[in-house]
Design a protein around this ligand. Structure first.
Ligand code: SF4
Length: 309
């Protein structure tokens, strides 16, 4: 039964408010660590959709130290918002892909910056060692720690087609290993690969609901300049179908209905820089605007996250 006053989905903003009681801002850091899908360990070309320049704010520059990037980020946000705390967000590339000593030094440098209360570490499911997980487990006793895994798809064929060079089985194992150490685990999924049907997309929701995930980000597929997908898109423009905004809104609502209700949903849209984005444009709709549309639609339909489970 959907209550009138209950939120229609489990939002990250509510989670932050309930967990910290105040605004907490993530500050993106670029360590310049590579990823096994670009340095030749697994592949040289990277994932077919990936243009690494799409996820770096100006202050996140690997030539600057972690401290400098965080300090500049804090200066930027502290002018806009009062009384906020910060999470160091290791976002670009694969932030557990280095020797343990360097990784630990990097994380500790971030935790020593005044105002930083924890770490959010983005990485691949096949790149998190037991030793680093144990270190993070120890840190998580006194600091906030979350690991964000690029799941991208729960379908093995899709993972091959997008050249992820890891399997969904590796995702399952990584989520279970981290969760068994009481580390908060987030996942990232991309919806809208042209060969995936609506049923495939809803199956992703059902599959990730079986994992001990705390957070989920879902993103629509964007075609970015300089990627293999851009070449495929330009070569097969007529048959390469991307979701329209209205299709994505409908899919998102159904996806949420099939998603376990305690999973905190962090976002729905990718927002690549305009100069890198080939398609879709969707009139520049922002994540917060899309989120409002999702809430409105779900209220109209009298439905909520997990309604169909
Ligand atoms: S998406 Fe991540 S794993 Fe894939 S090529 Fe880009 S940085 Fe590497």
């Amino acid at each position: 039964m959907v209550s009138k006053n209950k939120p229609v989905f489990n939002s990250y903003s509510n989670y932050i408010r309930e967990t910290f009681g105040e605004r907490v801002q993530k500050i993106s850091i670029n360590t310049g660590y590579s990823c096994p899908n670009r340095d030749g360990t697994k592949s040289l070309g990277g994932c077919t959709y990936c243009n690494i320049n799409s996820i770096k704010p100006e202050y996140a520059n690997a030539k600057k130290s972690v401290t400098q990037q965080l300090t500049e980020g804090i200066n930027f946000f502290s002018k806009r918002y009062k009384a906020i705390k910060y999470l160091a967000y290791f976002q670009s590339y694969t932030n557990t892909y280095h020797n343990n000593e360097t990784l630990i030094k990097t994380y500790e440098e971030a935790l020593n910056v005044p105002g930083v209360i924890g770490l959010v570490i983005g990485t691949r499911p096949d790149c998190i060692s037991n030793e680093i997980a144990e270190y993070l487990q120890e840190i998580s006793k006194t600091k906030y720690v979350s690991v964000e895994l690029g799941i991208e798809s729960t379908d093995e064929i899709t993972l091959q087609k997008i050249n992820r060079c890891h399997t969904y089985q590796e995702t399952i194992e990584a989520v279970e290993m981290l969760s068994s150490k009481n580390i908060l685990v987030g996942g990232h999924l991309i919806l809208g690969f042209p060969w995936e049907t609506k049923d495939d997309l809803l199956l992703h929701a059902k599959n990730v609901s079986k994992l001990p995930l705390k957070f989920l980000k879902i993103h629509h597929l964007q075609i970015l300049k300089g990627t293999q997908l851009a070449k495929d898109f330009e070569a097969n423009n007529d048959s390469f179908k991307l979701l329209t905004l209205s299709e994505y809104l409908n899919i998102t609502v159904e996806f949420l209905e099939n998603l376990r209700p305690d999973i905190v949903v962090q976002r729905f849209l990718s927002e690549a820089p305009k100069d890198l984005l080939i398609a879709p444009h969707w009139d520049g709709v922002k994540n917060y605007e899309f989120t409002s549309r999702v809430e409105k639609r779900m209220k109209e339909l009298v439905t909520c996250q997990g309604q169909l489970i």
